[in-house]
Every structure is written in structure tokens, then in C-alpha cells.
Design a protein around this ligand. Structure first.
Ligand code: HEC
Length: 218
């Protein structure tokens, strides 16, 4: 059996050991602690914005080569203006169909994020931005909007119009086509609602004569 003194000595040594470890481990949260196997903490490759001696300009992030386009993107050979919009209208086709529910669903997400602020939820041109002084766009059910082909609409979203800004940097080409599908869904809904309202108005009974027209009570 170990004597009581020996046990106390062992406990004292252990206490001193713990105190020493506690003292070496920093309690200042603004400074990093000692790290075991630091290669797991520090990145071996160059960080995106770190200096890099391997390139002439000393940067890790390099400019893409001239003429590079994002993956999946199609190079567009158009410029701004109505003539170019007409040419896009003849040459470009929407790669997605209105029957593609997944594409329409994605189009509705894009529309509510980027387009409704000006065009409004039902495409009447009454979004909050248009209500606060921005030149309001025409309703999607205007004859001019209905006559525009998908290619012309794509040109409008890509290069902008008279007042409509370009959405080429914010919305990918695929998503632009899908947003156009959703514009068609809005057009269909609004036209159907207008037709139903017109039919209801035609069927409504003639208004009753107003009380003022009745002979005064005796
Ligand atoms: C900052 C406001 C604004 C935003 C945001 C906006 N538009 Fe427009 N849009 C306009 C204006 C204004 C017009 C009218 C044509 C013009 O002035 O160029 C227009 C025209 C259009 C037209 C053709 C209608 C016509 O008769 O000219 C379509 C379709 C359209 N926008 C769809 C979209 C889609 C889809 C988005 C989202 C990706 C979008 N717009 C985002 C302002 C906006």
C-alpha cells in the first residue's frame, strides 16, 4: 500500500502539471492557441486573394483568357438596339417549353426575385419600384408585349431596353429563358381573367333604376 504522503505528492505534481498547462494555453480569445499539426489548419494551396509569386502580376486570382465564356453559356453575337432585337427574335428560340413545369417553376422564382419589383406580381407594370417614380413598364398583356417573340424578349433581358436595364450579369442565360416562360404564364392568366370578367359583365342584369328616379312618395 502507498502511504498517504506518497499519494499527496503525486496529487501535488499532477496539480502543478495542470496549472502549467493552463498557464501555457492562452486565454486571450483574440489570439490563436498553440496548434497541434498546423498543416490541418493552414491551407497548403494559395488562398484566392493571397499573393502568389508564381504569376507575373503576383496575384493568385487570374483574369480568364480573352473570349472565355462561363460553362454552359452560348456566345451571343448581338448588340443593343431595336434592329438587333428583331434579328435576335428571328434567330433565337427558347430552349424550354411551356409544358416543362420545372422550368416554369424556376422562371417564377427568377421573376419574383428580379422582375416583379418593376413589373408587379401580375405583370401590370405596378411593382413597388414603378410605383415610386421609375418609368412604369407596359402591362404584359399589351398588344406590343404579346407580339414580341421569345428571342426579342431574350434580347430585352440580355441587353436591356429603353428603360429596362440589362439582366445579363444577374440572371444566367438559362434562367432568362425560364423567366420568359413565366411571363407567358402571367399573360395567359391575365388574358383568361380579362375574358372571364368581360363575359360576366355581358351576362350581368341591367342595373336597377336609381331611387332618385322613382316618383316621390305621397
Ligand atoms: C427596373 C425596372 C425593371 C425590372 C427590374 C425589369 N424590367 Fe422588364 N421592363 C421595364 C420597362 C421600363 C420596360 C418597358 C420597355 C423599356 O422601357 O425598355 C420593360 C419591358 C419588359 C418586357 C417587354 C414588355 C414591353 O411591352 O416592352 C418584358 C417581357 C420584360 N420587361 C420582362 C422582364 C423580366 C422577365 C424581368 C426580370 C428578369 C424584368 N423585365 C425586369 C422595367 C423593368
Amino acid at each position: 500500500m502507498m502511504g498517504r504522503k506518497a499519494v499527496n505528492l503525486i496529487l501535488l505534481v499532477a496539480l502543478c502539471g495542470i496549472a502549467a498547462v493552463g498557464w501555457t494555453v492562452q486565454s486571450d480569445p483574440s489570439k490563436p492557441n498553440d496548434v497541434f499539426l498546423p498543416n490541418m489548419v493552414e491551407s497548403v494551396p494559395y488562398d484566392a486573394f493571397a499573393e502568389n509569386p508564381n504569376y507575373a502580376d503576383g496575384k493568385t486570382l487570374q483574369q480568364p483568357p480573352d473570349g472565355a465564356i462561363p460553362r454552359g453559356a452560348v456566345r451571343l453575337h448581338y448588340s443593343t438596339g431595336t434592329e438587333e432585337a428583331k434579328r435576335a427574335g428571328q434567330e433565337l428560340r427558347n430552349p424550354f417549353l411551356l409544358t416543362d413545369t420545372e422550368a416554369v417553376r424556376r422562371g417564377s422564382v427568377i421573376y419574383s426575385r428580379y422582375c416583379g419589383v418593376c413589373h408587379g406580381g401580375t405583370g401590370k407594370g405596378d411593382g413597388p419600384v414603378a410605383m415610386r417614380g421609375f418609368p412604369p413598364p407596359p402591362a404584359f398583356t399589351d398588344a406590343k408585349s404579346l407580339a414580341m417573340t421569345d428571342g426579342e424578349l431574350f434580347h430585352m433581358l440580355t441587353y436591356g431596353g429603353e428603360n429596362m436595364p440589362s439582366y445579363a450579369t444577374q440572371v444566367s442565360q438559362e434562367d432568362r429563358w425560364k423567366a420568359i416562360l413565366f411571363v407567358h404564364i402571367i399573360q395567359q392568366k391575365e388574358l383568361a381573367a380579362a375574358a372571364a370578367a368581360a363575359a360576366a359583365a355581358a351576362q350581368a342584369p341591367a342595373p336597377l333604376p336609381s331611387p332618385a328616379a322613382a316618383p316621390p312618395a305621397q
